[in-house]
Design a protein around this ligand. Structure first.
Ligand code: SF4
Length: 245
């Protein structure tokens, strides 16, 4: 389900306010065993070695640009988003610019990213709220970001972590969800619950990089269809190949 378009607003791009059921930082439910923590440490070490540089591939200079780029990245490659934002960010520089932008013009500019009608509505609505409630500046808190139409925890985490350097949680996108499930790091499908479980397993100082590394690993090796288990650096730590024999 495209984040930023429908993460909390549904596929029709509704912009209803998210239920404020989550605190800025979820509390982990159960303490993991020492054996599990040792396995996770080894997983982290191997991923760290393979992906020493772990940061978003989206191009941005400001929190606002990252917010817009993240909304555009739903169901779209980072490369395509970067091509579109190279022009978009020249034209619109402030939240007020997006808030006042004619919807059709915004749609035309972001069309190559797909779902452009919903994405344009989401960007415009979020920026109108930023102008109205936050003086035109993207809020640097989870609580503030979650009040923006179309923004839920995943987008908020991306912005807080990459634009503000705040380890607010763990971004659980489709790759993180799939790889974490296969590695047996979670039994849940609900992303909020998965995030809570991962936060209990991964040291806080690694939260930001861990998300990126799992995404890289999911794209390159632990693919949705036909994961490359035979070439995987985590094979000896992963229960998935045994399950599928
Ligand atoms: S062993 Fe297979 S399922 Fe496990 S992480 Fe590696 S690619 Fe994914």
């Amino acid at each position: 389900m495209p984040e930023g378009v429908s993460e909390k607003a549904g596929t029709r791009g509704r912009t209803t306010r998210a239920p404020r059921r989550r605190e800025a930082e979820p509390v982990p439910s159960e303490a993991p065993s020492p054996e599990e923590l040792a396995r996770v440490r080894e997983i982290l070490a191997r991923l760290r070695e393979k992906y020493p540089i772990a940061r978003t591939a989206l191009h941005f200079r400001t929190p606002l640009e990252l917010l817009v780029a993240t909304i555009l990245s739903a169901q779209c490659t980072d490369e395509r988003v970067n091509q579109v934002t190279a022009t978009l960010f020249q034209k619109y520089r402030t939240a007020a610019d997006y808030a006042a932008a004619p919807l059709r013009e915004l749609q035309r500019l972001i069309r190559p990213t797909g779902y452009y009608r919903n994405k344009a509505r989401a960007i415009k609505a979020a920026c109108q709220k930023i102008v109205a409630d936050f003086g035109g500046e993207v809020p640097a808190t989870m609580e503030g970001l979650l009040t923006l139409p179309g923004v839920a925890r995943k987008t908020a985490n991306v912005v807080l972590q990459n634009a503000f350097g705040i380890p607010s949680g763990i971004v659980v996108d489709t790759h993180v969800l799939r790889v974490a499930q296969r590695l047996g790091l979670t039994t849940h499908a609900d992303r909020d619950k998965v995030e809570r479980e991962l936060m209990a397993l991964v040291p806080r100082e690694e939260w930001i990089a861990f998300s990126h590394r799992l995404i890289f690993h999911g794209r390159e090796t632990c693919r949705a269809r036909r994961p490359l288990c035979g070439q995987c650096i985590l094979q000896t730590l992963c229960p998935y190949p045994q399950k599928t024999k």
